[in-house]
Design a protein around this ligand. Structure first.
Ligand code: PHE
Ligand code: ZN
Length: 857
């Protein structure tokens, strides 16, 4: 059989829909194998399509895996038969003006393992329609630029029946919902199950009373309080910060156990992976609490940035995602600490987005083509998309940013917009020309910023040079506008120039600072003012100086980071010993009680092994993951020995008395205490960690202790007691699975992972459980890149197995192979063999085959 050529969808080929939808009515009669969906859709020709107005345009409806029972137009039954991807109604069969299309289809949610469309999770019905899942529910123009109000009737014996909008009626066995706000089909949602609610209320600033419900399975209702609190804070924050109010009488959140992603912003009915809703001190870590807060906020913020204003087409995905990530990051910063949040966000950006941008999967924030849109929910679209908005805000200023956003909401409310529309509001609000800025959306790759300097006669000059390496399909990289925030410090540590944003627009540019009495120490890219890689020859002394004196907390942390990387690079490449100056510098930070504990914890955290591989590769070395692991472990031990006294003192000082609270202050202390414990465990044989595990009354401290023990090859008894206590709690057990892979020694990693997958509770069709092992192996750098190639084979085996059932999750996890070109010829060969083996698998999904072919190049 000949494989069909892969379809490629291109931005340049966008055409408006032939017909618009004035209103939709849906009726669901739920049954696991035989759900009936009846639809009544009022269409009218799109005035922007002369052919449709003239009556010569066919109507194309998307539809996949649907059994068509009956379709009619204005009451006349249609003869048309659907093909594999939809139904075409020829122009000749369409009335001249508006008309009513009706259909009845049958679907089988119980056999839907892809978790896209209508599916079942532990007896509960739920939907996931972004990006193109609605077409698995009924025939419809499944594209975001077709927006309509929805009326939904659900018939089922299950007690809780939910859809978008406000409840307009219910009785035994049925419920009706009406969403008055026009929306695209990807925001449709339906939930039916035996659920219980954790409920509360919120009064908007104009006095609207909103009922808030978090729906969960019976038994989970006592783990919803934190998510509810985060929701109310998000609602208030969006009013205060962006002037955006909620617009329905009810806001529902549902937690489901089987979910491909984190959560989904369906209008008035957000659906969450239960992992990002449910939390109690005993079951969730501080990081889990912070993530829940951020994701609750993110989905809520989509109500305006995504739902009221949506995307014209999927190429514009960053319009809603970049902006909404930017908004949730600002929110978390306001709730916690901006400095700490910024450092954490940069760590994630570098680990995920810089890696993506440097490899075969690199793509622009706004891609120009795709085969499968599910493959573009990436760190580039989300996290770099957010960085781009941060740069725009920095360039125009806070006040102009707010004016531009007001104009955006005013101008585009109820519309499906584009990046051009977004930039135009900034141009109109500020009078700025954003032509060059737009390259951040259209050009892939991370710019390298080379920095050199001169000082003469009181004048200091910074010379900046930008260069972006070619990325797939984009050989030329014209210069971009880069906001470079700099400050200057005097040799005595005083700041002589407070932060100023240099606007770089050329490939090379110099900036002078006059009237300086001594050569200053520059602090460059403060606050990480642009997503670029700074290259500057600098001395360890200067980094240590900035680590001690910089007034910008990000740059201060960055200086420590630079030192740590330098030390590790020398340890790996030259076999050097850890530099004593570095150890002293860390000690000073550790002991500095004027610094936020959370900040100190971040400074004590060494660059990850993957980060070091990326760094070494960028510096022209061929990274050896095994050696990186060994040398990094040696550095951890050297730090532990050198700072033993200070670590012990910090460990005691940071103990948090009283009952657990998830606030940033307490979490920061626990983070620093946990960092100290991880080091101490290297020299006390695990004594402190065993004690901490035994007395821990919260998951944060229990996991810190367990991880530290596993890192020194101990922890068997603790793992067993953890399992005995939590065996019936899937979310907690996911952590248990992950730990044993993530903290495995390189030689044990693949074997541990394999053994875990042989357990009866390895429910691999559940994405969280699948990721807990298969995702974890890719996160254990030395284990994944073991020279035997075992882990590569293991990952490939599981991707091949999952793909026919759940292509979206298989494709996401396949990205672990994207860094192959960094490594030596043997490892490259081993990875490429696995990529070839996956590619040769018959019937591969579009999702996975696109990923594999991009990685093979
Ligand atoms: N739109 C969701 C978010 O960012 C993510 C998502 C995409 C969820 C696709 C499911 C499927 O909040
Ligand atoms: Zn989002």
């Amino acid at each position: 059989m000949k494989e069909a050529a892969p379809r490629t969808i291109r931005l340049a080929e966008y055409t408006p829909p032939s017909h618009l939808v004035e209103g939709v009515e849906l009726q669901f009669t739920l049954a696991p194998r035989t759900t009936r969906v009846r639809s009544a859709i009022r269409f009218r020709p799109n005035p922007a399509r002369p052919d449709a107005v003239a009556g010569t345009a066919d109507l194309r409806l998307d539809g996949e895996a649907l059994t068509l029972i009956r379709a009619a137009i204005d009451g006349t039954v249609l003869a048309a038969a659907p093909d594999a991807t939809g139904l075409t109604i020829p122009a000749a069969a369409l009335p001249a003006g508006p008309f009513l299309f009706e259909a009845e289809v049958e679907i089988a949610p119980e056999t839907n393992t892809a978790l896209e469309g209508l599916y079942m999770s532990k007896g509960m019905y739920c939907t996931q329609c972004e990006a193109e899942g609605f077409r698995k529910i009924t025939f419809y123009p499944d594209r975001p630029d077709v927006m309509a109000p929805f009326k939904v009737r659900i018939e089922s014996d299950l007690p809780v029946l939910l859809s978008n909008g406000d409840a307009v009626g219910q009785g035994p066995g049925w419920a009706e919902w009406h969403d008055p706000w026009p929306k695209p089909a990807y925001l449709f949602a339906l939930v039916a199950g035996d659920l219980v609610a954790h409920s509360d209320r919120f009064t908007t600033r104009s006095g609207r009373e909103v009922a808030l419900n978090i729906w969960v399975r019976r038994g989970d209702e006592d783990r919803c309080a934190y998510a509810m609190d985060a929701l109310k804070r998000s609602m208030k924050w969006d009013e205060d910060t962006y002037g955006r109010e909620y617009d329905l009488d009810v806001f529902n959140i549902v937690a489901v156990d089987d979910f491909n992603m984190g959560a989904m912003e369906n209008k008035g009915l957000n659906i969450f992976n239960s992992k990002y809703v449910l939390a109690s001190p005993e079951t969730a870590t501080d990081d889990d609490f912070a993530r829940i807060e951020a994701i609750i906020a993110h989905e809520y913020f989509h109500n305006w940035t995504g739902n009221r204003i949506t995307c014209r087409d999927w190429f514009q995905l960053c319009l809603k995602e970049g902006l909404t990530v930017f908004r949730d990051q600002s929110f978390s910063g306001d709730m916690r600490s901006h400095a700490v949040k910024r450092i954490e966000d940069v760590l994630t950006l570098r680990a995920r987005q810089f890696r993506e941008d440097a490899g075969p999967l690199a793509h622009p924030v706004r891609p120009a083509s795709y085969q499968e849109i599910n493959n573009f929910y990436t760190a580039t679209v989300y996290e770099k998309g957010a960085e781009v908005i941060g740069m725009l805000k920095r360039l125009v200023g806070d006040e102009a940013y707010r004016r531009a956003l007001d104009l955006y909401f005013e101008r585009h409310d109820g519309e499906a917009a584009t990046i051009e529309d977004w930039l135009k509001v900034f141009e109109d609000a500020t009078g700025r020309d954003l032509t060059q800025f737009k390259r951040w959306y259209t050009d892939a790759g991370t710019p390298h910023l080379r920095v050199t300097d001169d000082y003469r006669d009181g004048t200091y000059v910074l010379h900046l040079e930008q260069q972006t390496l070619p990325t797939p399909g984009q050989p030329e990289k014209p210069p971009r506008v880069i906001p470079v925030a700099v400050g200057l410090l005097n040799p005595n540590g005083d700041e002589v120039l407070p932060t100023r944003v240099l606007e770089m627009t050329e490939a090379r540019q110099s900036f002078s600072f006059e009237g300086l009495s001594a050569r200053p120490v520059p602090s460059i890219l403060r606050g990480f003012s642009a997503p670029v890689i700074v290259e500057r020859e600098t001395s360890a002394e200067e980094r240590a100086f900035l680590l001690a004196h910089d007034t910008d907390p990000f740059s201060r942390w960055e200086a420590g980071r630079g030192l740590a990387k330098e030390v590790l690079v020398r340890m790996v490449t030259e076999g050097a010993d850890p530099a004593p100056g570095f150890l002293e510098g860390l000690g000073a930070i550790l002991r500095d009680d004027s610094l936020d504990p959370a900040f100190r914890a971040l400074t004590l955290r060494l660059p990850s092994e993957d980060d070091m591989a990326q760094t070494l590769h960028a510096a022209g070395h061929v990274p050896d993951p095994t050696r990186i692991h060994v040398r990094r472990e040696a550095l951890i031990e050297a730090i532990a020995r050198h700072l033993a006294g200070a670590l012990g003192a910090t460990y005691s000082a940071m103990s948090v008395p009283g009952p657990y609270t998830p606030d940033a202050g307490a979490a920061g202390k626990r983070a620093l205490r946990g960092a100290a414990l991880a080091y101490l465990t290297r020299i006390d044989g695990g004594a402190a960690a065993k004690v901490q595990y035994g007395v821990a009354d919260n998951m944060t401290e229990a996991l810190q202790a367990l991880s530290a023990l596993l890192d020194i090859g101990q922890g068997a008894a603790e793992l067993a007691s953890f399992e005995a206590r939590w065996r019936d709690d899937a979310l907690v057990m996911d952590k248990w699975f992950t730990l044993q892979v993530l903290h495995a020694a390189p030689d044990d990693c693949a074997a541990n992972a394999r053994a875990l997958t042989e357990r009866s509770d390895f429910d691999w069709k559940n994405p969280n459980r699948f990721r807990s092992v298969i995702g974890a192996i890719a996160a254990n750098a030395a284990g994944f890149h073991h020279p035997s190639g075992d882990s590569y084979r293991f990952l490939a085996d599981w991707l091949i197995r999952l793909d026919p059932l759940n292509p979206q999750t298989a494709a996401r996890l396949s990205a672990a192979f994207d860094s192959w070109a960094r490594y030596d010829a043997d490892r490259q060969g081993l990875i490429r063999d696995q990529l070839a083996r996956i590619a040769a698998t018959p019937g591969l999904s579009r999702d996975l085959s696109e990923m594999i072919s991009r990685m093979r190049g």
